[in-house]
Structure formats: structure tokens, C-alpha cells
Design a protein around this ligand. Structure first.
Ligand SMILES: Nc1ncnc2c1ncn2[C@@H]1O[C@H](COP(=O)(O)OP(=O)(O)O)[C@@H](O)[C@H]1O
Ligand SMILES: [Mg+2]
Length: 493
């Protein structure tokens, strides 16, 4: 430990306005910013949250009010102080806060001026305002007691017994230089409010299902459950627990489209309006959703995993391990759990793919009489066995028909491959080696399969085959018969 008592020191306080500009660049979207404000409402015990806006072009205001415990003057000033809580300090178990910054960073990300008005039990309402222009002028961390139409805001907070209202009243990022009369600007703004609504319906769905009410302009927002709990044909895996039970992971395979009504299928598309966008992990911290449908860098998103969604539940004391960021929109599994989570996810992903594989197999069975196209065939020559490549295989057939002058060269190469195939070596390996022989394209990129599958399909359909028949023929062609799950995703122009 250094003895600081005899060491010279100087003050180097942060320069207020540049610090605030830094806050503004953290990268919140309006959706994540509002969610961060609502986190505070939930921690304050709110049962209701009201989001209101008043469209006035560049003078638009947006407010988020709750009926939580509220704050008295000293608490409010402390709440408005950047870094009001040390992130290392242990938090109450159900606290949704993280760095003691959210209220400030989320608000400044959207506005140059914001006010918090609050009413605690047995206190009259108090309010304070952060105004970036004033901070700039004073070059100091100073709040002002000013808000346009003070009376109407005081009236608003008087409608709750206790509670807090955050008012963003200079939304420069959203509405700068827009005029109230511009229909285009107005509808853009309303579109953004709509996406705020769907974001919140997802982020707080578990709180909403337990009674929290969030209103956007007096209309209650309905929750969106990514796992569609309670729906028929939903498959769920048993819960896995890590870290002595405090981390819980549960995989779900959602029902195939054919088992859903059109309405249910659309519901499943979620706020991102896409099943593919919504596959992956859903990471919750204290039941508040941080990450919605992301493979956390472990896998890519691909159509045939559309039915796979995995819930991860974290408490609020693993923020460091899981690299929870200021915006509470990022989480990364710590390396000690990586393998375990990877194995678990693979298992659920396989189960999800199986739904499509099963569909493919059913289709194949339905049209079982269709000709089978292997790539290799066994032939006898002078009493000996040989292996030949099937010239009738649709892919080869097509290649040869397009090859013009090259046909005889290609023929020769194929013949050489056939004549030199190391059958004795393969036989020996198969009988002596314990490692199993892999299946075609196992463990490598499948783009070649998907691309040629689509091409074949287009060709079959163009040649007059019905869509069903074309699919069945592909399923009867090597190596596509190994991957019936891709049939589902053929584009049908
Ligand atoms: N709506 C609210 N109701 C009551 N207290 C609040 C509210 N919003 C913020 N606070 C207080 O302000 C503090 C700072 O909030 P914030 O900047 O979001 O950081 P954090 O949530 O990480 O603590 C909170 O810890 C809480 O004590
Ligand atoms: Mg907070």
C-alpha cells in the first residue's frame, strides 16, 4: 500500500459538458433508453408506468411516470448525480440498476434537457433539471429548477400518491428541426413510438405477466413471450443449473408453422418481425430481458434453427462475469461456462432441426415411388466390382449438358476418379478404425448444399414438376437426403 500522506496532489475534475457529451455517445437507442428508465421504476416498486408524449415537432416532450416510492429532495439530487452508486457496491437482490448512471446516460442519450419530478410519502413534489446548455455556460455540474409548464407537471405527479416522472423535453436526437405540421415527421415519430412499444412488450414481459402495467398514451402494452408458454406442441427441455443453481438455462423448441394458426405464427415473429431474427439465447437479468434472440457469438443464425429459443436466467451479481454493459443490452457468457452452454445449445438446436427433418421425411415417404439418385453406383466388370459415378444424378446431368466442348474432358476426369477410388484403403480403415466415418458435409459449411438444392429445385419446377414433387425428388437425391431440414427453406419464385 502506498502511503499517500506526503505525496503532492492536484485536482483533475471532469469537465462537465464534455463528460455529458460522452454520455450522449454511449449508443442507446430510444427503446433501450426508455427501458433503462423503467428499470428504475420497477426497482422503486412501481405497479404502473405511464409513457406519454406530446407531438410538437422539435418541441415534443416525452415523459415516463411511475407510482413507485418516489424521492424527496436529497434523494432526487443524489439520483441525478452521475455515478450515484458505485457499481462494485452490492445491490439489493431485485435491483435492476447497474452503474448508478442509467437515469442520466439514458436521458442524455435522447435529450439536451430533462427533468425529474418526484413525490415521496409525506413530502411535496420536488423537481430538478439537467440542462446541457446551462452546464455548458456554467462549466459546472449544476442542476436548475426550471421546466416549461411547471404547473401541468406538478399536476401530473399529484395524480399518484407517490412516484416519479422523468420528462425529456428537448429531444434533439429524435425531433431536431422538425415542424409540428410535417406529416412525414409525425408519422416517423409515431413509428418510433410503435417500436418502443414492441421493445418494452418483450423486455418486461415477465414483469407484465406478473402484474406490472405499462401504458403508452393510456393504452396498456401487451406482453410478448418469446417462448409462447402454454401453446400446444411446444417442446421444452429440462432446466440446467449452473453456479450452484443461481444461473438457469432452459431450451425451447417452438411448434412448426403447420401447427400454428396464422395469428400464432405472426405472434412468434415478435418485435423484430422475423422468426430467424428471434432464434437464439434470451438472457434475463433478474427476469428483465437483456438480450433477445442472439447466439452470443457461438453460432450463426440460419433458417433451420428458427424454432430454437433458449432462456438464460441470471441474478444481478454476475454482471462482471457476463460483461453486462451500461445500456444493459449486451451479455457474454464467461469462458468457464462456454463449453457447457455450447453443448446445451447444440442439443436444443438439434432438437429444433429435427422438426424440419421430420417434415422432410414425411414428404419423402408420401412420394416414395420417385426415382432415387445416388452419387455412386456399384457395377460389375469381368466378374469384378467397380464403383461408378451416377451420370443420371441431376447435378452431374446438368453440368454435362452445359459443358459443351468440355464434356469429353470432364468425362475423362470422372473416369479417372472412378478408376482410382481407393476401395481397399477405405475397406481397411472402416474395419480397423474406431473413429466412425462422417456423413457427407458433416462439420463443414453447407452453403454448397443449400445453393445447389435451390438451383435443382428451380430447374425441376421450371421443367414442369409440381412443387411437392420437386421437393420429393431432391429428397431422393444424394447428398440432399442427408439434410431434409433445408427443404423447408427453398425459395419459391
Ligand atoms: N423512478 C425512480 N423512482 C425512485 N428512485 C429512482 C427512480 N429513478 C432513479 N432512482 C434513484 O436514482 C438512482 C440512480 O439511478 P440510475 O442512474 O438509473 O442508476 P442505477 O439504476 O444503476 O442505480 C437509483 O439507484 C435510485 O435510487
Ligand atoms: Mg437505473
Amino acid at each position: 500500500m502506498i502511503d499517500y500522506s506526503n505525496i503532492q496532489y492536484t485536482s483533475a475534475e471532469p469537465e462537465a459538458s464534455s463528460m455529458i457529451e460522452t454520455f450522449r455517445a454511449i449508443g442507446y437507442s430510444i427503446e433501450t433508453a426508455i427501458a433503462d428508465i423503467i428499470d428504475n421504476s420497477i426497482t422503486a416498486g412501481a405497479k404502473n408506468v405511464w409513457i406519454d408524449y406530446d407531438w410538437k415537432g422539435s418541441k415534443t416532450t416525452l415523459s415516463i411516470m411511475d407510482d413507485g416510492i418516489g424521492m424527496h429532495n436529497e434523494q432526487l439530487i443524489q439520483a441525478l448525480r452521475p455515478g450515484s452508486k458505485n457499481p462494485l457496491e452490492e445491490r439489493n437482490q431485485d435491483d435492476l440498476g447497474r452503474f448508478g448512471l442509467g437515469l442520466k446516460t439514458a436521458s442524455f442519450s435522447q435529450t439536451r434537457k430533462f427533468t425529474v419530478i418526484s413525490k415521496a410519502e409525506n413530502y411535496v413534489p420536488v423537481f430538478w433539471t439537467w440542462d446541457l446548455d446551462f452546464v455548458n455556460q456554467e462549466k459546472a455540474w449544476k442542476l436548475i429548477r426550471y421546466i416549461p409548464n411547471e404547473e401541468s407537471w406538478t399536476k401530473k405527479i399529484e395524480t399518484v400518491e407517490t412516484g416519479t416522472c422523468v420528462i425529456w423535453w428537448d429531444l434533439d436526437r429524435l425531433t431536431k428541426d422538425t415542424s409540428e405540421d410535417s406529416e412525414e415527421a409525425r408519422s416517423k415519430f409515431l413509428g418510433i413510438m410503435d417500436s418502443v412499444k414492441s421493445h418494452l412488450s418483450m423486455v418486461f414481459h415477465r414483469y407484465m405477466d406478473e402484474g406490472l402495467k405499462i401504458y403508452l398514451r393510456e393504452r396498456e402494452i401487451k406482453s410478448w413471450d418469446p417462448f409462447m408458454i402454454g401453446i400446444d406442441n411446444l417442446q421444452s427441455k429440462p432446466e440446467t443449473r449452473l453456479e450452484g443453481g443461481s444461473i438457469k438455462i432452459k431450451g425451447f423448441v417452438l411448434p412448426h408453422r403447420s401447427k400454428l394458426s396464422a395469428e400464432q405464427y405472426n405472434y412468434g415473429k415478435g418485435p423484430k418481425d422475423s422468426w430467424t431474427a428471434h432464434q437464439g439465447f434470451y438472457v434475463y437479468r433478474n427476469r428483465r430481458l437483456l438480450v433477445a434472440g442472439d447466439w452470443l457469438g457461438l453460432f450463426k443464425k440460419e433458417g433451420h434453427y428458427d424454432l430454437c429459443r433458449i432462456q438464460i436466467d441470471l441474478p444481478n451479481n454476475f454482471d462482471d462475469d457476463w460483461q453486462i454493459d451500461i445500456k444493459k443490452s449486451i451479455a457474454r457468457p464467461p469462458s468457464i461456462y462456454r463449453e457447457q452452454i455450447l453443448a446445451l445449445a447444440k442439443d436444443v438446436r438439434n432438437q429444433a432441426v429435427e422438426v424440419y427433418r421430420h417434415k422432410g421425411k414425411v414428404l419423402k415417404r408420401k412420394l416414395a415411388s420417385d426415382e432415387y439418385f445416388p452419387f455412386w453406383e456399384e457395377r460389375a466388370r469381368h466378374g469384378k466390382r467397380f464403383y461408378k459415378i451416377n451420370r443420371k444424378h441431376p447435378l452431374l446431368n446438368e453440368l454435362l449438358s452445359k459443358s459443351g466442348d468440355l464434356v469429353s474432358d470432364i468425362e475423362k476426369v470422372i473416369q479417372f476418379i472412378e478408376e482410382t477410388i481407393p476401395v481397399p484403403l477405405i475397406t481397411l480403415q472402416e474395419s480397423e478404425n474406431e473413429k466412425p466415418h462422417g456423413q457427407p458435409f458433416e462439420g463443414i459449411d453447407h452453403n454448397a448444399i443449400k445453393e445447389t438444392m435451390q438451383k435443382l429445385f428451380n430447374g425441376f419446377v421450371a421443367s414442369g414438376l409440381s412443387i411437392e414433387k420437386a421437393k420429393a425428388r431432391i429428397l431422393n437425391t444424394e447428398p440432399y437426403n442427408f439434410y431434409p431440414e433445408y427443404i423447408e427453406f427453398l425459395a419459391n419464385e
